[in-house]
Design a protein around this ligand. Structure first.
Ligand code: V47
Length: 366
């Protein structure tokens, strides 16, 4: 029995049409995407997503040796879902440049990537963040710096009264390697205003990524799900990303981020079930036909759930992280000290019957 037959036996007309499209590598419409969320049976969604994953990435699962630096929790924004900023924490703090460099220095020399993201500090500017990049590059010239979400970039570049293009050119000259996917939240404007207040608009987020891509700076895209958004909002979010990717091809990976409900203004909301996480991975994999990698950010969902996600379209396990991020532990993640050694990661991927591939930030195999 071939795959197509397996996926369409005993099934509805809609599911047969969708399988036909996936098999012939044709694009799904937003209505079909919504149908997947509303009517797709979970096991079937997993099988269809796995067809797409295999087409993009064969049997390979990627990971990187990486660590995070979160420079401050002092933030001009007050997002209702955030447990990290000073608004919801007992203390305000900011790392000095010296402390940042100490953190870089304490990492093994074979670490490939540093991910810098944090809060939007009202007292800092573009040139301060440029100096951070320059100092890190001087210390570790081969370390790839994936830094500053579009929301941080919007604040610092606007404050410097530069165009996004010129601000990004300056940061690239200072050592910026790529841009992380944070700050996307949910693009639909009503929900965005509700959960993320006056944070940069969706159009601004997309414009900054588009400009970066045009300058040869690649990036990631996230989606915060499992709060007050609907399936229609998730499809709208992915549709906007899919359209931008058609133009630029600059997104490396899509990263669904599950809303965690500890210690923030939205703590009255329950977290969605693991089945919903898997449904979301599968639909993302099927719908986003032009973004090659789908990442399970294991500090957010836990290692065991990340393992299950490998059967729902995921091919990227992010990285070793080395206990260097607090964004999720403060929000109630299972892993309060997120660490994955390289051998643990390789074993983990092999247990899922996949081939572990250690990568650099641009997905070259190492
Ligand atoms: O934009 C904050 C999310 C993001 C909560 O590019 C929360 O490789 C759930 O963007 N519950 C920042 N999510 C982290 C981020 C990221 C993470 C991993 C990899 C990459 C990448 C990027 O974290 C924020 C927001 O969407 N977030 N608080 C919370 N309570």
């Amino acid at each position: 029995m071939n795959n197509e037959h397996l996926l369409t036996s005993n099934s509805s007309r809609e599911s047969r049409i969708i399988v036909g499209k996936v098999m012939s590598n044709s694009r799904l419409t937003p209505e079909e995407g919504l149908w997947l969320y509303e009517h797709g049976e979970l096991g079937w969604l997993g099988m269809v997503a796995e067809v797409v994953r295999q087409r993009h990435n064969g049997n390979q699962v990627f990971f990187i040796r990486n660590f995070h630096i979160e420079p401050t929790n002092i933030c001009v924004n007050k997002c209702r879902f955030c447990s990290f900023s000073h608004h919801f924490s007992e203390e305000q703090w900011e790392l000095s440049l010296e402390q940042i460099l100490q953190k870089v220095n304490s990492q093994a020399t074979d670490v490939q990537e540093l991910h810098i993201t944090g809060a939007v500090h009202p007292g800092r500017d573009l040139y301060y963040y440029g100096e951070i990049l320059k100092a890190i590059r001087e210390l570790r010239p081969t370390l790839h710096i994936k830094a500053y979400s579009a929301v941080e970039l919007d604040y610092m570049i606007t404050k410097a009264k530069l165009s996004f293009e010129n601000g990004l050119i300056y940061l690239k000259e200072c050592g910026l390697g790529s841009i992380p996917g944070g700050g996307a939240e949910i693009f639909e404007e009503t929900i965005r205003r509700d959960i993320a207040g006056m944070k940069s608009s969706s159009d601004t987020w997309l414009e900054i990524h588009e400009t970066a891509h045009q300058l040869g700076i690649s990036s990631n895209a996230t989606m915060l799900y499992g709060h007050v958004e609907t399936f229609t909002h998730r499809i709208d979010h992915m549709e906007r990303l899919r359209q931008l990717q058609d133009l630029t091809n600059g997104f490396n990976a899509f990263i669904p981020l599950k809303f965690k409900n500890w210690n923030n203004e939205m703590e009255g909301l329950s977290e969605v079930a693991i089945t919903e996480d898997m449904r979301n991975y599968a639909v993302s994999r099927i719908y986003l036909d032009n973004i090659r990698h789908l990442k399970a950010y294991w500090p957010a969902i836990g290692k065991q759930n990340a393992r299950i996600s490998l059967s729902f379209g995921v091919d990227d396990m992010d990285g070793t992280i080395n206990d260097s991020t607090k964004i999720y532990s403060l929000a109630g993640a299972e892993d309060q000290n997120p660490v994955f050694t390289v051998s643990e990661m390789q074993e983990f991927i092999r247990e899922a019957k996949r081939e572990p591939i250690e990568r650099d930030s641009l997905y070259n195999h190492l």
